[in-house]
Design a protein around this ligand. Structure first.
Ligand code: AMP
Length: 286
């Protein structure tokens, strides 16, 4: 496996690969089974392609009071995991390699990014769109894999590819969970033992409400949100950031459960740690 630390090394490696195609798996490192599942999925869905994982804690997607400085960094362990799961190369640049000190252009998405996580994290998706576009240009992949765990990010990046004409297939990867249902996340490491014990309420509640909708027990979006709010709100260490039921394509709140493609999304603080999760619902139109 090649470890590439500069844009120059990456470009040289790409040139040495000749006509072979690539599948990109962007990450911020501190890799867990969620990330490695995306490398495995890349190998399964695009077997002819080389898998290029990237490891870069992207400063432009963090707000001023967020955890950029404390975000876990463990490059050596990450490189082992990438190699074990079959990446052909890892691109792990420094911040100076990726941004000029006076960088003045960011990509702004204006329809899907202002709500949900974008409302709590202003500018976050501009940073995400910018770094992903830069990684697309540098690695020239024919496919890229993103986790459904970050559902809004997946929808925003599909729009990035559509609107900027990147000839890249976006392939979603299912959310990988701990045994008790908690979505794997590099930020789970911040949780205290008590917070960690209570955090599975998010997925438990989302799946219960999804089931009750599909069984006709819950009949309206408002009732679904009320039910989630009650269970998660009653969890002593949980503080709700948002609970929403949206159309999977527009990310707009839905007013009827007859929407063909609804998705339940949650962002919940445990202490200072903000956790997100989501589940899809079966099509409910008969
Ligand atoms: P991050 O390192 O948090 O930026 O995540 C890198 C990629 O891994 C993104 O596409 C995430 O959506 C994806 N990812 C993070 N956690 C999980 C998980 N538990 N299951 C599947 N994919 C995940």
């Amino acid at each position: 496996m090649e470890v590439l630390r500069s844009k120059r090394e990456l470009a040289d490696w790409i040139r040495s690969c000749g006509n072979s195609e690539r599948t990109l798996v962007p990450t911020m490192g501190a890799l867990h089974r969620g990330h490695t599942s995306l490398i495995a999925l890349a190998r399964e869905k695009t077997p002819e392609n080389d898998v290029v994982a990237t490891i870069f804690v992207n400063p432009t997607q963090f707000g001023p009071n967020e955890d950029f400085d404390s975000y876990p960094r463990q490059l050596e362990d990450d490189l082992h995991l990438c190699e074990e799961h079959g990446a052909a190369a890892v691109f792990a640049p420094s911040a100076n390699e990726m941004y000029q000190a006076d960088t003045s252009i960011l990509i702004h998405e204006s329809a899907l990014s202002h709500r949900l996580c974008g409302a709590s994290r202003p500018g976050h998706f501009d940073g995400v769109c910018t770094i992903v576009a830069k990684l697309f240009l540098m690695t020239q992949p024919s496919a890229a894999i993103f986790g459904e765990k970050d559902f809004q990010q997946l929808v925003v990046l599909r729009r990035l590819v559509r609107d900027l004409d990147f000839p890249i297939d976006i392939i979603p990867g299912p959310t990988v969970r701990e045994g008790d249902g908690l979505a794997m996340s590099s930020r789970n490491a911040y949780l205290s033992a008590e917070e960690r014990a209570q955090a599975p309420v998010i997925f438990r509640s989302l799946t219960r409400v999804a089931k009750e909708i599909s069984e006709g027990i819950i009949k309206t979006p408002d009732a679904a949100i009320a039910s989630l709010t009650e269970e998660i709100g009653d969890t002593p260490l949980a503080r709700i950031d948002y609970l929403e039921i949206v159309d999977s394509r527009s990310l707009e709140a839905i007013t009827s459960l007859e929407n063909a493609n609804p998705r339940l999304l949650a962002a919940v603080f445990f202490g200072k740690t903000r956790l997100i999760d989501n589940v899809g619902l079966p099509a409910l139109i008969d």
